[in-house]
Design a protein around this ligand. Structure first.
Ligand code: ADP
Ligand code: MG
Length: 272
C-alpha cells in the first residue's frame, strides 16, 4: 500500500476516518469476514471512489461510515468522533432511487429539505426548482416517478440528496442499471456538481474503472474478500475534466493500467 497517498497532506483533520475496521457477519451457515483491517481517511471536499471485486465489502464500508452497521473491530470516525448510530447528516444514494411514487418529482426533491426543517416552503420550492433545472429536469417538476426514464429518476435522486447540502454524500453504484450514454451524462453531471459544491465530500463506489478514475481525486482499490486496502491511487488529472475526453489523457491510461493490474490479480481465482 502506498502510505503517502493514504492521507492528503492538508493538515486539516479528515471528515471520515476508518481505523483498522474489520467486519464479520455471523450466519448459521458459517461466518463471513467481509472486511479486514481497513484504514483510510477522506478529507473535506475530496471525491474518493472505491473499486474492488464483487462481494469484497464495498457496500459494507459505506454502511459502517453512515452508521447502519457497526465494525466488529476497529472504528469509524466522522469529524473525529466515533460513529454511533445512523448519521442523518450524511446523504446516501444507492442504485434504487427510492423516490416516493405518490409525490411529484418537485415534491420529492423538496422533501429532504422539509424533513430537515430547512427554509420556508417557498424557499424550499425555489431551491428544488433551481437544482432540477441545473440537472435537466426542467419541465418534469409535476411528473411522477413512473413517468420518468431511469436516468431522470437517478438525476432526481441525486439532486434530492444535494438539496439539503449534506457535508458527505455516499453513492453506492448509483449508475449501475443505466445504459452507457446515460451513465456518461450523469458522470458529467457529477463532475459539474463537484466543481460547484467544493465543500461537499463524496465517496463513490463503482465497478466501472473508467468512471472511478474520471471522477476521483483518489481511488481506493480493495482486495477480494475479506476486503482489505490494496492500494490508494491518487488521480492527478487536472480539473475541470471533460468526461467525454478524459480517458484520452496518457496519464489516465497509466492510472487505469496500474489499477487494472490490481483488479485482474484480485479477480483471478476468486468467487464472489
Ligand atoms: P460489495 O458491495 O463489495 O459487493 P458487500 O459489502 O455487499 O460487498 O458484502 C461483502 C460480504 O459480506 C459478502 O460476502 C456478503 O455476502 C456479506 N454480507 C454483506 N451484508 C451482509 C449481511 N447483512 N449479512 C450477512 N452477510 C452479509
Ligand atoms: Mg455492493
Amino acid at each position: 500500500m502506498n502510505s503517502n497517498a493514504n492521507t492528503m497532506e492538508t493538515g486539516a483533520s479528515p471528515l471520515v476516518t476508518l481505523r483498522n475496521v474489520s467486519r464479520r457477519f455471523r450466519s448459521p451457515r458459517g461466518d463471513v469476514v467481509a472486511l479486514s483491517d481497513v484504514s483510510f481517511d477522506v478529507n473535506e471536499g475530496e471525491f474518493v471512489t472505491v473499486v474492488g471485486p464483487s462481494g469484497c465489502g464495498k457496500s459494507t464500508v459505506l454502511n459502517i461510515i453512515v452508521g447502519l452497521l457497526e465494525a466488529t473491530s476497529g472504528e469509524a470516525l466522522f469529524r473525529g468522533k466515533p460513529v454511533t448510530g445512523t448519521n442523518v447528516e450524511i446523504g446516501y444514494v444507492t442504485q434504487s432511487d427510492n423516490l416516493f411514487p405518490w409525490k411529484t418529482i418537485l415534491e420529492n426533491v423538496s422533501f429532504g429539505l422539509e424533513l430537515q426543517g430547512l427554509g420556508a416552503p417557498a424557499e424550499r420550492r425555489e431551491k428544488a426548482l433551481s437544482l432540477m433545472e441545473k440537472v435537466g429536469l426542467k419541465g418534469f417538476e409535476h411528473h411522477f416517478r413512473h413517468e420518468l426514464s431511469g436516468g431522470m429518476r437517478q438525476r432526481a435522486n441525486i439532486v434530492r440528496t444535494l438539496a439539503y447540502d449534506p457535508p458527505l454524500i455516499l453513492l453506492d453504484e448509483p449508475f449501475g442499471p443505466l445504459d452507457a450514454q446515460t451513465r456518461l451524462q450523469l458522470q458529467d453531471l457529477l463532475l459539474n456538481l463537484r466543481t460547484e459544491h467544493e465543500e461537499t465530500t463524496f465517496i463513490f463506489i463503482t465497478h466501472d474503472l473508467t468512471e472511478a478514475i474520471a471522477l476521483a481525486d483518489r481511488v481506493v482499490v480493495m482486495t477480494a474478500r475479506p476486503g482489505k486496502i490494496r492500494e490508494i491511487v491518487p488521480v492527478d488529472l487536472p480539473r475541470p475534466r471533460d468526461i467525454y475526453n478524459v480517458h484520452t489523457d496518457p496519464r489516465f491510461r497509466e492510472i487505469y493500467d496500474r489499477i487494472w493490474a490490481h483488479l485482474a490479480d484480485e479477480m483471478k481465482g476468486h468467487v464472489a
